[in-house]
Design a protein around this ligand. Structure first.
Ligand code: SF4
Length: 304
């Protein structure tokens, strides 16, 4: 049972100094803190984020939309606003509170581009707004998928919608022309870092008309997040905590021992199948727009 705590926030848009390092996002917006999906590896559980009772409480920023409206009005330079860095923007509570939806309405009116990272098919509810934003300039929805297997997902992402539901949503969004694909982040060493898993995610992404696949061959672990992860390993994968400890000790970055092999195989697969291993972005769309102006295109006009 999740507790709900209503809070009033002082900040809503966090500027990202290096957009190219984080999916082309210039400003990160989080309307919730804490996440009921309770993925066993979630980095937002780390002590540095100071989220109280991450797994059992969701903090709701009740003034988020008012604040967003004010901040957007004051910004002189537009940039892609990203949802989903600290909590899933489509957690079940969103169906009632509609903060993500409200933010999309504000960004549509203000003509700002949007990037969403989610593990939930509930993003389908906002297809109308995403479609309108995408026609105006740019909307991208990346699905976080670390395994294509629903049974494995039940162990590592126990309360998130299953990957099969995420892939169906991907298909629906791509049918409307919204940029969509998969982010394989993290691929858990010893558990998810095998070619069969990576290939299955790539195949399902293609089958559902996703256009990109962004991998991360490993996981990051620190302080209380590591403790939580190890406790869950003991429950779901007996003996694996010991393998992690022996291999990674106290390292923050835990890179898969198969990273090089997987990278090579995926690059080959992506090349053959025409799948991008890079996230599209507002800037790359601008580049395409310039090419269209130079060489002409039948595609719809995008307003940058
Ligand atoms: S959905 Fe994202 S924010 Fe929520 S628990 Fe999983 S990894 Fe963390």
């Amino acid at each position: 049972m999740m507790k709900i705590k209503e809070i009033s926030s002082r900040t809503i848009l966090n500027r990202n100094p290096h957009p190219s390092n984080w999916f082309g996002v210039h400003y990160a917006a989080n309307f919730y803190r804490g996440c009921p999906h309770r993925c066993i590896y979630c980095d937002s559980r780390s002590a540095c984020y100071q989220v109280e009772d991450f797994d059992h409480q969701v903090e709701v920023k009740t003034n988020a939309l008012e604040l967003l409206q004010k901040k957007i009005r004051r910004k002189r330079k537009k940039g892609t606003v990203g949802f989903g860095a600290m909590s899933d923007p489509y957690l079940p509570l969103e169906m009632e509170r509609e903060l993500t939806r409200g933010a999309l309405q504000i960004l549509l009116k203000s003509r700002w581009p949007v990037f969403i990272l989610t593990k939930s098919h509930l993003v389908q509810r906002d297809l109308d707004l995403l479609n309108a934003i995408n026609k105006q300039n740019y909307a991208c929805v990346a699905f976080s998928i670390t395994t294509a297997n629903d049974d494995m997902a039940a162990k590592v992402e126990p309360y998130a919608p299953r990957p099969s539901e995420r892939f169906k949503a991907m298909s629906m969004l791509s049918a409307c022309g919204i940029h969509t694909g998969s982010v394989m982040m993290p691929l858990l060493p010893f558990i998810e870092d095998d070619w069969e898993n990576v290939r299955e995610i790539a195949e399902k992404t293609l089958e559902n008309s996703g256009s990109f696949l962004v991998p991360s061959y490993g996981v990051t672990l620190r302080d209380r997040q590591r403790d939580y992860f190890y406790d869950r390993l003991d429950e779901e994968f007996p003996g694996y905590k010991e393998r992690y400890k022996a291999k990674y000790r106290n390292s923050y970055g835990c890179t898969s021992t198969k990273a090089k092999e997987l990278k090579g195989k995926l690059a080959e697969y992506a090349r053959k199948q025409g799948l991008s291993l890079n996230m599209p972005s507002y800037e790359s769309m601008l580049g395409e727009k310039q090419l269209e102006l130079l060489f002409g295109s039948s595609s719809e006009h995008k307003d940058f």
